[in-house]
Design a protein around this ligand. Structure first.
Ligand SMILES: [Zn+2]
Length: 351
């Protein structure tokens, strides 16, 4: 949702001003993914390091802001799983990069203890000239207890002007000792229309043309109102196609049409089916669906949902939760999508 050089999404900008007013040396940004917790954390780090910050954030023009934007600031240490460092273009340690280049191992999905040790060493080195050093940890729940304990001592007794920002979508999984050293900021959700306007802006092409707001509305609802997730979808598919694929999904599943899941990984398909299951349930008990529009959902044949139909949705939901845990390493993704589709059809047609 914009790097340090770009403009921060409006709901993040408001939160940034609030955070800058705090004096704490350790902040924990906690909240669901897809709302921009990493962007907010990075904007805060950039502002802390900036040579002429304002109450709204970093100036965006000084040499420090520039160094952050090109990922070479000597007073900023970013602690992440290696897969994420690669995705977000943060340089890795030379030795690590060599290991990955020579395919000795795969990039880690967790924050490695070696990286935490380097972060500790970073806090103990003399500063390069600025007043402040910053350690950014994201996502903080990817530290196991050994890694977290490595960092803990520094977090408890920081040397000089070291400040910490931890960002996490699962703060309850952090060690209580880590949590208690930080001031927590609960990430605020944007209003739906605010997020929609931002998404429309982000969807503009080179000629300044934005995607159809109706399609964006579908994609934002599909993402449960999480704008960064909707944007990620928009970056991998055309808005119109993605929106019509989403709208067609429920009835296609009721027909057992596996083609509706084409182009999706098992993990994406399971996520979509969990949302479908949720919405069908809500609709059958008289509520308003959250991820789909009511008219796109398959109608139950009975006017009043039977216990059997709710029971079928309940067991489908539990099975999807189990599948979600193994979806990263499917034995055969084509077969898995077929199995998911036939299971969806069965659950949706029970009444
Ligand atoms: Zn600056």
């Amino acid at each position: 949702m914009s790097g340090p050089e770009g403009r921060l999404a409006p709901w993040l900008g408001t939160q940034l001003s609030g955070l800058l007013a705090r004096r704490s040396h350790a902040l924990l940004i906690s909240g669901p993914s897809g709302l921009g917790q990493y962007e907010l954390a990075l904007a805060l780090a950039t502002a802390w390091l900036c040579q002429s910050p304002t109450e709204q954030g970093a100036c965006g023009h000084c040499s420090s802001c520039h160094a952050v934007s090109v990922r070479t600031h000597p007073d900023l240490c970013v602690l992440m799983p290696e897969v994420l460092s690669l995705a977000l273009q943060w340089p890795l340690d030379e030795r690590v990069q060599d290991e990955l280049d020579s395919k000795k191992r795969k990039p880690s999905k967790d924050i490695k203890v070696e990286a935490a040790r380097e972060a500790v060493a970073f806090t103990q080195m003399t500063r390069s000239g600025g007043d402040t050093k910053v350690v950014l940890v994201y996502p903080a729940e990817r530290m196991n207890s050994i890694t977290a304990n490595t960092l803990l001592k520094t977090l408890e007794e920081p040397v000089g002007q070291v400040r910490f920002i931890l960002a996490s979508e699962a703060a309850d999984q952090l060690l209580p000792t880590i949590r208690s050293r930080c001031q927590t900021h609960e990430l605020a959700w944007p209003q739906f229309d605010e997020a929609l306007a931002w998404l429309e802006d982000q969807s503009r092409d080179d000629r300044g043309r934005a995607a159809d707001p109706q399609d964006l509305r579908v994609l934002l609802s599909a993402a449960g109102g999480r704008p960064a997730d909707a944007l990620a979808r928009l970056r991998e598919a055309d808005a119109k196609q993605a929106a019509s694929q989403w709208r067609a999904l429920p009835k296609a599943m009721a027909r057992g049409d596996v083609a509706a899941l084409s182009g999706w990984s098992p993990a994406q398909a399971i996520d979509a089916l969990q949302k479908l299951c949720h919405d069908v349930w809500v609709l059958r008990v008289g509520g308003t669906p959250r991820f789909f529009q009511a008219q796109d959902l398959p109608a139950g044949r009975a006017a009043v949902a039977s216990k059997t139909s709710l029971y079928a949705l309940g067991s489908w939901s539990r099975e999807l939760a189990v599948s979600a845990r193994s979806a990263e390493h499917p034995f055969n993704s084509g077969l898995m999508l077929e199995a998911l589709t036939s299971r969806a059809r069965q659950a949706l047609l029970t009444d």
